[in-house]
Design a protein around this ligand. Structure first.
Ligand SMILES: [Zn+2]
Length: 298
């Protein structure tokens, strides 16, 4: 099977890299993966992962909660409460960014459909792209949403969408640059591209290092910090309009990282370190565990 390796930095076109960290896949396989960093811009890339056709086996876990509905365990239970709150917060953020209440939104990597269902309930015209057959079936059964498989992205109507959103999805996409170019064509001239990804420049990333849950190898291929995301957007014809924090991610990611470290008092330590990360992000949004970027076309 062919491995997916990157020799040119998708952010700055640099071709010199150095090793950064070796991380373990705690979710599914327990295999180790190396992350390298671009010497020029600091962008980080997971090495030697499976290609797009074969990566699916690394998503097959009951633990992969963003694609399932299990409420087992405290961390999951907290996650599900937070998700409910976050759905409303995401919707309001989209409405504010787009300065409209009922446009056409394309959500890429829409998963089980909770977010698009929320948007539709509030009057939005919705289109979803989702790679996983199971997640698409779930969205159909639960919400009657007809989400489309990933390859359909490149067949959608151009200049059609007011908003394109990716909530913790871009870091999973093999065809990173091709997707960004597609978003540019699909968005209306005054459309907004909203991308949420983990931030390796956050307090919790630096504190937990190889245990940081949001490295999530090999599922996370690309690891952004705000400087690199801004530059990457500009490379594809976008201008960064605003940046927003995801405060719950500081806590959730810290608790999960403590679990990976097998710490004693992991819940307490996770909340404590999540708190520091959250306070840090109050002072500087660019230090939050996860950051939401709102781009407009340049
Ligand atoms: Zn680079």
């Amino acid at each position: 099977m062919a491995k997916f390796n990157v020799n040119i930095c998708p952010v700055c076109n640099g071709n010199e890299f150095s090793s950064f960290l070796t991380c373990t896949d705690y979710f599914v396989s327990n295999e180790k993966f190396k992350i390298k960093q671009c010497n020029r811009c600091g962008f980080k890339i997971t090495e030697e992962i499976e290609d797009e056709e074969n990566i699916g086996s690394y998503y097959q876990s009951e633990n992969y909660i963003s694609h399932s509905n299990t409420t087992k365990g405290l961390v999951n239970s907290v996650y599900h409460r937070v998700r409910k709150y976050m759905l409303g917060r995401k919707r309001r953020l989209v409405e504010k960014a787009a300065a409209m209440q009922n446009g056409h939104i394309l959500d890429v990597g829409t998963g089980t459909g909770f977010f698009l269902n929320e948007m539709r309930e509030y009057g939005w015209h919705v289109t979803g792209i989702e790679k996983s057959d199971d997640a698409r079936k779930f969205a159909k059964a639960e919400f009657n949403l007809e989400n489309l498989p990933a390859e359909e992205l490149f067949k959608l109507k151009e200049n059609e969408y007011d908003v394109i959103s990716l909530w913790h999805v871009l870091e999973h996409i093999h065809q990173l640059s091709e997707n960004m170019d597609a978003f540019s064509s699909l968005l209306k001239t005054d459309g907004k591209l909203i991308i949420a990804v983990p931030n390796h420049d956050s307090y919790d990333a630096k504190h937990y290092k190889q245990f940081w849950a949001a490295y999530d190898v090999p599922r996370h291929i690309w690891h952004f910090a705000p400087e690199q995301m801004k530059q990457f957007g500009e490379k594809h014809g976008f201008k960064l309009a605003s940046l927003h924090t995801m405060p719950f991610d500081s806590f959730y990611v810290s608790m999960l990282s403590e679990k990976y470290k097998k710490s004693s008092l992991s819940l307490f330590k996770g909340i404590f370190n999540g708190g520091i990360s959250w306070l840090d992000s109050l002072i500087n949004k660019a230090k939050c565990s996860s950051v939401i970027y709102v781009f407009e076309k340049n």
